[in-house]
Design a protein around this ligand. Structure first.
Ligand SMILES: Nc1ncnc2c1ncn2[C@@H]1O[C@H](COP(=O)(O)OP(=O)(O)OP(=O)(O)O)[C@@H](O)[C@H]1O
Ligand SMILES: [Mg+2]
Length: 378
């Protein structure tokens, strides 16, 4: 039997809830070609949101094309150019012969290698000498703008895990190159998003960096309780089961409104409920989830230094002024510098998140496990 919740995949249609304001605003940016930057920690729903806005924008505007590139596995400039060129060509051509024609006519310095596979309906591969492209990337970087002009289109290029460009060789130089081309584009806009908040902030909010003030900067939040509760109720009734109000609220509370975990815990609770999901069932499902993840959490914890763990312990205990002499001595934290160092390292490891100087754990289940299992057993 199909289960009513999904996690780890893009949430679409009836699996998608809330985000009304964000969707409207993003659709507006897409159709008006306003550059957008979206930042949120992992698994809060960036890809799902962009996907939804993309669909709506495409329905609204026949001349709009939206390319989607994921830099998850991309670690160098050559791969970046390759993905960009292929996606732009693919998204803006309806037939392979058109793709070949466009490619031939738009490159003067670079020579594309075009090969046609056995199934001409969908197998055309356009390739370049990527070393050559790297030395001379102008034509690839301006390709979308040229195609848009030639075909009377508007193009949005969405780039997921954009912070990975900060790990390329000579990242500042590369970013300068991108920005200097992209800012001249009239018919193309960019939607750049990523999950490493500190890296994304570095790229987009540091006034000495090329992408400073590149576009509309959006911070995606978690999902409001009201929407999650409604969503759980609907998915349960759709599958001929019930869930009590208290049980719904408990799921939201236990996962602190985290979208991915909300679906995962709801799923585990649903599986355990024959007819009606109650608070006790949710508690049981939550314990099972913590148990299931504990091996992963142990592995993460083993990578932490003693000073980092001492600092985490103080955070978990809810200490308000960790840098006071008394608290530092209580948790064996050696100095204020040690706190600063631990904080930076833990943010880099995606364990902590700092927003408006408020420190929180990115993973609510990990925080729960630390509190109830790890530190409790020490
Ligand atoms: N609008 C939504 N409604 C319901 N569930 C959602 C929504 N957005 C995200 N989720 C849940 O969160 C999970 C992760 O969503 P998504 O992949 O869009 O996040 P992401 O921020 O792109 O994650 P990553 O950082 O891993 O790329 C989804 O599989 C789904 O379970
Ligand atoms: Mg994503």
């Amino acid at each position: 039997m199909e289960t009513p919740f999904i996690f780890g995949k893009i949430a679409t249609e009836r699996n998608f809830t809330d985000r009304e304001v964000e969707t409207t605003s993003l659709v507006q940016n897409f159709t008006s070609l306003i550059n957008t930057i979206i930042i949120s920690p992992r698994r809060w729903g960036k890809s799902s949101l962009v996907n939804k806005a993309r669909k709506i924008a495409l329905e609204k505007d026949n001349n709009l094309r939206i390319c989607h590139i994921d830099l998850f596995n991309v670690r160098n400039e050559e791969d970046f150019y390759s993905l960009l060129a292929r996606n732009v060509i693919k998204e803006t051509s309806t037939k392979w012969d058109e793709a070949v024609e466009t490619t031939k006519s738009l490159f003067s310095r670079l020579v594309p290698r075009i090969s046609i596979g056995t199934d001409p309906a969908n197998e055309v591969s356009i390739d370049f000498d990527w070393k050559e492209v790297k030395d001379n990337p102008d034509e690839v970087l301006d390709l979308a703008e040229k195609i848009a002009k030639k075909k009377g289109l508007k193009i949005v290029i969405c780039i997921d895990e954009f912070q990975n460009i900060a790990e390329f060789e000579e990242p500042d130089y590369f970013q300068k190159k991108l920005r200097s081309h992209w800012q001249l584009h009239q018919n193309v806009s960019y939607c750049l998003y990523g999950s490493k908040r500190h890296m994304m902030l570095n790229i987009f909010t540091d006034s000495s960096k090329p992408f400073y003030k590149f576009g509309d900067l959006k911070f995606l939040n978690k999902i409001d309780t009201k929407y999650l509760v409604e969503f759980f109720k609907k998915r349960f009734t759709d599958t001929n089961k019930n869930i009590t109000d208290e049980a719904c609220h408990l799921i939201v509370e236990l996962v602190e409104n985290h979208p991915y975990y909300a679906q995962q815990l709801a799923q585990q609770s649903w599986l355990r409920s024959e007819n009606e999901c109650t608070v006790d069932i949710v508690k049981e499902a939550h314990s099972a989830l913590v148990e299931q993840l504990s091996l992963l959490f142990t592995t993460i914890t083993e990578t932490l230094t003693t000073q980092q763990l001492n600092y985490i312990k103080a955070l978990i205990a809810g200490e308000k002024s960790i840098s006071s002499a008394e608290t530092m001595s209580k948790y064996k934290i050696t100095s204020a510098t040690s706190i600063a160092r631990s904080k930076t390292a833990l943010v880099q490891k995606d364990i902590l998140d700092i927003q408006a100087s408020k420190v929180s754990f990115q993973d609510p289940i990990y925080a729960y496990w630390l509190k109830t299992e790890y530190f409790n057993n020490l």
